[in-house]
Design a protein around this ligand. Structure first.
Ligand code: AMP
Length: 630
C-alpha cells in the first residue's frame, strides 16, 4: 500500500573535473571572501535605512517648496506685483489646483521611495541567503537536480479521488488551511480514509485523538503521497503526527518487503533542535510502533541519537538495525563523522522546528547532514514560524514542495489570551507569586537567563510552591527528571529557559508566564504556544519594563493587534519612524525574522547575526561548541 521503491545502495562515482585555463580565476582565500560579503551586507543594511531618511527629506523639501510657492502666490494675490515669468504662469492656475498638483508630486516621490526601499530590501535578503545548496555530496558533484517528487504506493481512496477540486477548496477554506504548490494533494478529514491500519486508529483513540487537525487534514495526505512539504503550523496544532505516522507506514512497508538486518538503516531521519523534543518524538514513534506490533505487525526499531546520553548505548541500538532515527544535530554529526551511522539507505528526512535550528546556529550542521544522503529523499520542514530566510533555506532542498499553512507564519495561536503587564525589575519576583494565582496549575515560567531560572526556582520553593527547573546548565538526568515530573502532574510549576519553548508538549498548561520578554518575537510565539493547545484556551502573561528593547516591544504590539488582543496603553502609544513603512509591497513587517514591528533594514536579529558572523570570520570551528544540542 505505502510501498516506496527507494531503498537501494548507490555507488558513488568521482565527478570528472575539467580544467580550463582560459576561465582561470585567481584564488581568493575564504576568509577574505567572507569578509567582503559581510561588508557588503552591512553596507546594504545601512543604505536601506539611509534611503528612508533621504527620501523623507526629499518629500519634506518638495512639500515645503510647495508651501513657499503658495505663500508667494498669496502675496501676488494681495496686490504686490512681481513680474517673474513663473509667477505669471502660476497666476493662471487656481491655488486649489496647485495644491493638489504638488500633493500628487509628493505622493509620486513617496511611491518611488517605497519602490527603492523594497528593491534594497530584496537585495539585503538575497545577500544573506545561503549560496550552498542543501544537497548530498554526490548530487553536488554530479550536478544532479531532482525534478519529480518521490513515488509512493499510497493513493487517496476512490471516494476522495472522485471529489472535485471545488470541494477540496471548500474544505480547506472551512478549516483555514492555506496550500501552495503544484498538483495539490487532496485534504482528507478522517484518519480512516487516510488508510491507516486499525491498530493506529485505536492507538490514536486511546490518546483522545479522533479527528485530524487542519495541519493533519492536508499534511498527512501530502506526506503519504511522497511530496516534499513545508508545514507552517502554530505549536500544539498536531504537526508531529504529520511526519511520524507516514514514516511509520513507510517503514512498515519496507520491513514487510525486505526485513531490516543488522547494521541497516535508518530509513527515516527526524532532526529536532532540542534533546527533550527528540525524546518526545521518539516516544510517540515507539508508542505507535508498539500499537502495530501488538496487532501482529513487525516491530519497528527507532533509535534516539542525542547528546548527554552514552554513545555506547545508542550505538548498540543502531547496530542492531533501525528503521527510524530521531536525533539532535550535534550528536548526529559526531556519529556520522565517525561512520557510526550512515544515511546510505535513508529516504525520508523531517526537520522539526526548522526555524529554531537555523536560529541556534545549526544551519551549517544541517548542510553537512544533507551532504551524507546518497540519493533522493522526501524532505519535510516543520515550524511554527517560517520567515523568508527559512523559505530560502528550503528552496534548494525541496522538490516541487507543497506549503501547508494553518495561520500566518509566525502568528500566535488565537487560543491564547495574551496579557502584557508593566512590572518594575525589582518587583518582578513578588509579582510572580500574585500572578500564579491567576489560574490553577500546571504553570510554565520562562526566563532568558539560567541564573534567573535558578533564583525564581529557589524563591518559589521557599514560598512552598511545588516547582522544578530546567536549563542547559543542569545535567541531563536532572533535566529529564524535572520534565517528566512536570509532564505527569507531580509538580505544579516548571521554571525554564527557552529550552522548554521549542515544540515540547506539556499537557493542559493553564498559564505561561514570561518573567522577561525574549530577545526575538519568534521565541515569544514559541513560549506562549505551550498553552492553548488543541482547541483549549490558555493564558500568557508577559512582564515588560523599560529594560526591554523598543524594536521587540513594537513587534509585540503588532502581534497583539493581529491576534485581536488587548494592547495596554503604554504599548499602544509606542510608535516608531519606520512604522509607516510596515505594510509596503504587500509584505507586512520584516521579511527576515517575521517580526511585525520593523522592516528588514532595522532587523535586530539580522544585525546580531552579522556581528556574530563578523566575529567568527577566521574562527572556522565556532559551531563545534554550539553543538551541545541546546
Ligand atoms: P504537536 O503540535 O504535534 O506537538 O501536538 C500537540 C498535542 O496535540 C499532543 O499532545 C498530541 O497528542 C495532540 N494531538 C495531536 N493531534 C491531535 C488531534 N487530531 N486531536 C486531538 N489532539 C491531538
Amino acid at each position: 500500500m505505502y510501498s516506496q521503491s527507494r531503498r537501494r545502495k548507490i555507488s558513488g562515482r568521482q565527478s570528472e573535473e575539467s580544467s580550463d585555463d582560459e576561465n582561470y580565476v585567481p584564488y581568493i582565500p575564504v576568509k577574505q571572501r567572507k569578509k567582503a560579503q559581510f561588508q557588503n551586507v552591512e553596507m546594504r543594511l545601512g543604505r536601506a535605512a539611509a534611503l528612508i531618511k533621504e527620501e523623507e527629506e526629499a518629500i519634506k523639501q518638495s512639500t515645503s517648496e510647495g508651501s513657499e510657492i503658495s505663500e508667494r502666490e498669496d502675496e501676488d494675490n494681495s496686490g504686490e506685483e512681481e513680474e517673474t515669468q513663473g509667477a505669471g504662469e502660476r497666476s493662471h492656475i487656481s491655488l486649489l489646483d496647485q495644491h493638489s498638483e504638488l500633493k500628487k508630486k509628493a505622493e509620486a516621490k513617496k511611491e518611488t521611495a517605497r519602490e527603492k526601499l523594497l528593491k534594497e530590501e530584496e537585495r539585503i535578503l538575497e545577500s544573506v541567503a545561503e549560496k550552498t545548496a542543501l544537497m548530498g555530496v554526490a548530487e553536488l558533484a554530479k550536478g544532479i537536480q531532482y525534478q519529480e517528487a518521490i513515488k509512493t504506493g499510497w493513493l487517496p481512496p476512490r471516494c476522495i479521488r472522485e471529489l472535485s477540486e471545488t470541494r477540496h477548496e471548500r474544505l480547506r477554506k472551512k478549516m483555514h488551511i492555506l496550500v501552495e504548490g503544484e498538483d495539490l494533494p487532496p485534504p482528507i478529514a478522517n484518519f480512516k480514509e487516510m488508510k491507516f491500519p486499525k491498530a493506529i486508529i485505536s492507538g490514536l483513540k486511546k490518546k483522545g485523538i479522533t479527528k485530524p487537525t487542519p495541519i493533519q487534514i492536508q499534511g498527512i495526505p501530502t506526506v503519504l503521497l511522497g511530496r516534499d512539504m513545508i508545514g507552517i503550523a502554530f505549536t500544539g496544532s498536531g504537526k508531529t503526527l504529520v511526519f511520524t505516522l507516514p514514516i511509520i507506514m513507510f517503514c512498515l512497508e519496507q520491513e514487510k518487503r525486505l526485513p531490516f538486518i543488522k547494521g541497516e538503516g535508518p530509513y527515516g531521519l527526524i532532526i529536532c533542535p532540542s534533546r527533550e523534543l527528540a525524546r518526545q518524538t521518539h516516544e510517540i514513534i515507539q508508542y505507535y510502533s508498539q500499537c502495530l506490533a501488538d496487532d501482529g505487525f513487525p516491530l519497528l526499531h527507532c533509535g534516539l541519537c542525542i547528546g548527554g546520553v552514552s554513545v555506547k548505548e545508542q550505538l548498540e541500538v543502531i547496530k542492531a538495525g533501525i528503521h527510524i532515527l530521531v536525533a539532535t544535530t550535534g550528536r548526529l554529526m559526531d556519529m556520522l563523522n565517525k561512520k557510526m551511522v550512515t544515511l546510505d539507505v535513508c529516504r525520508y528526512l523531517a526537520m522539526d522546528e526548522a526555524d529554531r535550528m537555523i536560529d541556534m546556529g545549526f544551519e551549517e550542521d544541517v548542510r553537512t547532514i544533507f551532504s551524507y544522503f546518497k540519493s533522493q529523499r522526501q524532505t519535510l520542514l516543520f515550524s511554527a514560524t517560517m520567515p523568508k530566510k527559512i523559505q530560502n533555506f528550503a528552496r534548494s532542498a525541496l522538490v516541487k514542495p507543497v506549503t501547508v499553512n494553518v495561520g500566518r507564519a509566525g502568528a500566535a495561536s488565537l487560543d491564547v489570551i495574551q496579557e502584557v503587564e508593566y512590572v518594575k525589575q525589582e518587583a518582578k519576583m513578588m509579582y510572580l507569586l500574585e500572578c500564579l494565582q491567576k489560574t490553577a496549575p500546571p504553570v510554565l515560567i520562562f526566563a532568558e537567563k539560567k541564573q534567573d531560572v535558578d533564583s525564581i526556582h529557589e524563591y518559589l520553593l521557599l514560598k512552598g510552591v511545588e516547582a522544578v527547573a530546567v536549563h542547559g546548565g543542569k545535567d541531563q538526568e536532572e533535566r529529564t527528571r524535572s520534565v517528566d515530573q512536570f509532564k505527569h502532574f507531580k509538580k505544579d510549576v516548571l521554571v525554564a529557559t527557552d529550552v522548554a519553548s521549542k515544540g515540547l508538549d506539556f499537557p493542559d498548561i493553564q498559564h505561561v508566564i514570561n518573567y522577561d520578554m525574549p530577545e526575538d518575537i519568534e521565541n515569544y510565539v514559541h513560549r506562549i504556544g505551550r498553552t492553548g493547545r488543541c482547541g483549549k484556551t490558555g493564558i500568557a502573561t508577559t512582564f515588560i519594563n523599560k529594560t526591554v528593547e523598543e524594536s521587540i516591544l513594537l513587534d509585540l504590539k503588532h502581534l497583539l493587534i493581529e491576534a485581536k488582543q488587548n494592547c495596554p496603553p503604554f504599548l499602544a502609544g509606542m510608535t516608531s519612524e519606520s512604522e509607516k513603512y510596515l505594510d509596503i509591497g504587500g509584505e507586512v513587517g520584516c521579511s527576515y525574522c517575521g517580526g511585525l514591528g520593523h522592516r528588514i533594514s532595522d532587523c535586530p536579529k539580522l544585525e546580531a547575526l552579522q556581528t556574530k558572523q563578523a566575529q567568527n570570520i577566521g574562527r572556522r570551528d565556532y559551531l563545534a561548541n554550539n553543538s551541545a544540542d541546546w
